[in-house]
Design a protein around this ligand. Structure first.
Ligand SMILES: O=C(O)CCC(=O)C(=O)O
Ligand SMILES: [Fe+2]
Length: 353
């Protein structure tokens, strides 16, 4: 038990508490199945302008990458999980303490059986070896998770990964994030180190999302529509099972997994910094009836007390500041004090002029 990362219930019937009211269901028949979000090859031509275009039009893109060992292993693990096999070896996952204060909030373990509701656990430093069922539910800075009701938690599935694999994955994704910050800054006409400096010392949070197969995907969500409150998110998706959907020009489009690619999206803080030119768009995860799905999200988060607002050189008489300055701490607490699928949280920070 102690070395199990994820365990969850498999429901044969969708429990009533997960059934969404008619008006809030995903309407899967209206989703565009084969739309493409932009793909950027970091080793290819015009990287900066392609990233800039993607951030302005979709807020989402896929980056083709060379699959390093750690990315490959994690990729294979998430995919094998959906195929029903176990992956084992080395130490279990634990809070990435090697990143010290960058990982203050620990590793979020989130299982969302068949709904926007689910088990939410936060593995804090010092709790690494606690059996999953004994972990505290998230509190304090993880308050957003603590709102979720607890489903039964039999140890149905598990996998373990070595500590070295997880920590080198965290490091590589962080480096990729900083490369992307540089390209994003340049595409806005800012110095290449603008975003990295303006957002202060970055925390890196990771979420492992596990979506069990669901008998009635049309009645519920894996993760309801939301925007990401942080600056930049890098998502490793199951290679076999689609589930991520993105709102584009008023329609939900399915993001189909690509081999050797990670999905990147602009979070609310880069929308603010770009004075609204780049978009932190609504996205959601749906479940499916045949296979479970897993995704691993890495969130680059600004320093809590740094002042965030539109970059000065993007503000002019013709293009006044769309948002007021605020600290990330203020933003973050506002974000989680509302329902996720209410209005875009940045609207609450709009300038009145
Ligand atoms: O599982 C997915 O595809 C989406 C995950 C996500 O949006 C998140 O963790 O914020
Ligand atoms: Fe998200």
């Amino acid at each position: 038990m102690a070395d199990q990362l994820i365990s969850t219930a498999v429901h044969r019937e969708l429990p009533g508490s997960y059934v969404r009211p008619e008006s809030q269901r995903p309407r899967l028949d209206e989703v565009v199945p084969d739309a493409q979000i932009p793909v950027v090859d970091l080793a290819g031509p015009d990287v900066v302008s392609r990233i800039g275009d993607a951030c302005a039009t979709h807020g989402f893109f896929q980056v083709s990458i060379y699959l390093s060992f750690s990315i490959h292993i994690i990729n294979r693990s998430t995919t094998q999980l959906s195929q029903g096999s176990m992956v084992s070896g080395g130490q279990p996952w634990r809070a990435p303490g090697a990143h010290g204060r960058h990982a203050r909030r620990g590793l979020r373990l989130l299982s969302a059986p068949a709904g926007g509701e689910g088990q939410a656990l936060l593995r804090r430093p010092g709790q690494e070896d606690a059996p999953l069922h004994q972990l505290q539910r998230a509190k304090g800075d993880g308050a957003q998770l603590a709102r979720l009701p607890t489903p039964p938690l039999p140890p149905a599935r598990a996998f373990t990964l070595s500590w070295e694999t997880v920590s080198s994955y965290c490091r590589e994704v962080r480096e990729l994030g900083f490369r992307l910050y540089a390209a994003i800054s340049e595409s806005l006409g800012l110095a290449r180190d603008y975003a990295e400096k303006a957002l202060g010392e970055q925390e890196q949070h990771m979420a492992v999302n596990f979506y069990p197969e669901c008998p009635a995907p049309e009645l519920t969500y894996g993760l309801p529509a939301h925007t990401d409150p942080n600056a930049l998110t890098i998502l490793l998706m199951d290679q076999q099972v689609a589930g991520l959907q993105v709102l584009n020009q008023g329609r939900w489009i399915a993001v189909n997994p690509r081999p050797n690619a990670l999905v990147v999206n602009i979070g609310d803080q880069l929308q603010a910094l770009s004075n609204g030119r780049y978009r932190s768009v609504w996205h959601r995860a749906v479940v499916n009836s045949d296979m479970p799905r897993m995704s691993v999200a890495s969130f680059l988060c600004p320093c809590n007390d740094v002042l965030i607002g539109p970059a000065a050189s993007l503000v002019s008489e013709e293009s006044p500041a769309v948002y007021r300055d605020y600290t990330y701490a203020e933003y973050y607490s506002k974000f989680w004090s509302r329902n996720l699928d209410q209005e875009h949280c940045l609207e609450l920070f709009r300038t009145t002029s």
